[in-house]
Design a protein around this ligand. Structure first.
Ligand SMILES: Cc1ncc(COP(=O)(O)O)c(C=O)c1O
Length: 357
């Protein structure tokens, strides 16, 4: 019998949950450009490694390595760090939550720019932290924010959903000014010209996060990596789930990381298609934000509303991402796809523009 009493914590009952981008049912015939997945499958080495480990029909009976040690060693070696400077997570989303649980007491302030990754405010609320959302630009330019009283700062670099990257000089100054932890969320850094990994040895308050969901084409395996001073990693290790990565994720991630040639090819393809789509949309009258990622944030020509264009594209079989946030509602975020997908998208947009005239 229902008593009508709610036992939910007030923060939770009052908040809205995170809304991920739409995932069409398997087999749907849509061109999916809404959640920044890779247009290519992962390296064939991933399926080979997973099949091989499953040859042992008893393997799934046992728990996986709770430390994901082989994966951490490999990630450290590839990035020129020690394995005690690396943590693996069930997606970088898990690591964001673990960082909050490790460093933020209830009522402490967590800051980030708006717009950036819209999961930060949701996780901060769940933790009971105080949100400080800062404008991304002042007088049209990025700036060093006032960090007084901030315990944790999430910096998305390159920025999502706009796409531009922050320089290492900027990140260095932010880390120096902050009396707390700076997380540089580098989900898209493989597509960028620079990254902050070489600052890990310089700062003991810096955590760099990476994901295998984008450039490695492994969104469904859920693997993220964190790089930081070994003392920070040891604290994060106490907080994560003891078996946070399942066996297949560990094996698949190692195979993907081992195939750096495949990563380079994927990244080169995406960067090439990013330029191709950007130039085509520019020629059609769109405003195209400079991008260091696997997506473009674009604003339709004057007279066309982004939300309306999203709907028209959906009716033509394309999923792109629209954000109702007032800072972003003027544009659409479009994930870079294969040449054939980009050509079909350009054709559909051209039709919509003709129709709209
Ligand atoms: C900025 C940013 N950080 C983290 C993530 C999540 O990555 P993962 O799939 O590793 O949880 C995303 C995914 O869209 C992202 O855009």
């Amino acid at each position: 019998m229902s008593s009508g009493v709610s036992y939910t914590r007030s923060e939770i009952s009052q908040m809205a949950g995170y809304v991920p981008g739409q995932q069409p049912a398997p087999g749907s015939r849509v061109i999916k450009l809404n959640t920044n997945e890779s247009p290519l499958p992962p390296s064939p080495a991933v399926a080979r490694a997973i099949k091989e480990v499953l040859q042992d029909d008893s393997i799934l009976r046992r728990y996986p390595d709770p430390q994901s040690l082989d994966l951490r060693r490999l990630a450290a070696r590839i990035n020129g760090l020690e394995s005690d400077q690396v943590i693996a997570g069930n997606g970088s989303d898990e690591l964001l939550r673990v960082v909050l649980d490790t460093f933020v007491d209830e009522g402490e302030t967590v800051a980030f720019f708006n717009p950036s990754y819209s999961l930060y405010p949701v996780l901060t609320r769940i933790r009971g932290g105080k949100i400080k959302a800062l404008p991304l630009f002042k007088n049209g330019a990025i700036y060093q924010p006032d960090l007084a009283g901030v315990k944790l700062f999430f910096l998305t670099s390159p920025n999502a959903p706009l796409g531009f990257g922050f320089s290492n000089d900027y990140i260095r100054e932010l880390a120096q000014n902050l009396n707390g932890i700076l997380v540089v969320d580098e989900a898209y850094a493989d597509f960028a010209g620079n990254n902050a990994l070489n600052l890990v040895g310089e700062f003991d308050n810096l955590i760099v996060l990476r994901t295998l969901s984008k450039s490695y084409g492994l969104a469904s395996l859920r693997v993220g990596l964190g790089f930081a001073d070994s003392k920070l990693i040891a604290e994060l290790d106490k907080v994560r789930d003891s078996y946070n990565l399942d066996l297949l994720a560990q094996i698949g991630a190692q195979a993907a990381l081992s195939d750096q040639d495949y990563l380079k090819k994927t990244v080169a393809l995406v960067i090439n298609e990013r330029r191709y789509l950007g130039e085509a949309l520019l020629a059609l009258g769109f405003k195209v934000e400079p991008s260091q990622t696997n997506f473009l944030f674009v604003t339709p020509p004057v007279g066309l509303r982004a939300e309306e264009m999203r709907t028209q594209l959906e009716n033509s079989g394309f999923l792109v991402r629209y954000f109702a946030d007032p800072e972003l509602a003027h544009g659409l975020r479009v994930t870079i796809g294969l040449r054939s997908e980009m050509d079909q998208l350009i054709k559909a947009v051209t039709e919509i523009l003709k129709f709209g005239e």
